[in-house]
Design a protein around this ligand. Sequence first.
Ligand SMILES: Cc1ncc(COP(=O)(O)O)c(C=O)c1O
Length: 385
Amino acid sequence: MINFDQNATTPVDEEVLEELVRATREFSGNSSSGHSLGNKAGKFLRECRERVAGILNAADPDEIVFTSGGTESDNAAVRGIAWAMKQEHSRDGVVTSAIEHRAVLAPCDWLKEQGFSSTVLPVDSDGLVDMNALRDALGPKTALVSIMLANNEIGTVQPIAEIAKMAHDVGAKVHTDAVQAAGKLPIDVQALDVDSISLSAHKFYGPKGVGVLYLRKGTPCHCFMLGGTHEGGRRAGTVPVPQIAALAKALEVSERKRIEHGAELKALRDQLVSELLAKIPGAHLNGKLEQCTPNTASVRFDGVYGGHLLRRMDEAGILASAGSACMWEITKPSHVLTALGLSDEQGGGTIRFSLGYSNTSEEVTQVCDTLAKLVTEMRSEPAVS
Ligand SMILES: Cc1ncc(COP(=O)(O)O)c(C=O)c1O
């Protein structure tokens, strides 16, 4: 199996798996319990928090809140910060972009139902946010700007520091969904100048079901997960220390991979695009590689329906994706491809290739040769009405 669908999820790294097993055995206590077993888990949890804070360059480990993953972190940040900004500062505007993950767009829709104004910024044909539209949308009532650092389908990387400066100038808070950036781009909360970040371990060689919400000290955030006072009162629920240990290890491992092998990953992705475009007439790149994460390429094939192509690729032992993984069963092009201005036909013929650190140059050539064969076959078949 050749896995070119690593934006959907990554395989758990062996070192991370070992850490998950070790921490499950060694830290069986409840980190909130006052007895020795609980204290042992609590002390280790603190250590994990410090390690994660160190990698993200957070000023204080208490700015790290552990969650169940990207969706929860996005919901907690978007709903929580906007809600608190309304209560504490009478601000009721949220600004986001048309290519965000549903985990951001749906909370923005929910805020709108609660009486907030919500502005969804357009993007250009490469997926970059329209900065003039952002400038126009910002004002004294803006509570929160939530723009993703890296897009999951195209890979487009947004100028978050610049966006954050514009938002901060009007007194708004800034959240960025960095779920697709971890392990591929440096994530430094000071350089990005954001108030909040979402991460998800299963996107950087960690297990599913655990994530990070970075919340800069002093950022107002209403807690929607009610219950106990875990995570400094910002996320109720018994803290899954072994999963967090695995997340901390995965962040270290993926950061090491990024530093040592990031250039190779980018070279593989670039090889994939140039071979696809050279071997398959009517193949086009969506977006611009130099504006994308080093592992992602969105390519469309004229006259081919992506859903059918994916099935044949799967039969040939190649995994990729049409829109985002969550959209596998939906036949119309994703909201991201539509926002880039692609027609239904162009969006329908699009395949997302997302590579990981274990992929090789031989795999890239095998994928391109197989695709050239499959696309030619499909184009020669009578159209199904
Ligand atoms: C950009 C982005 N945000 C959020 C999520 C949701 O993360 P999780 O699967 O951890 O809930 C994903 C997952 O595909 C994503 O790609």
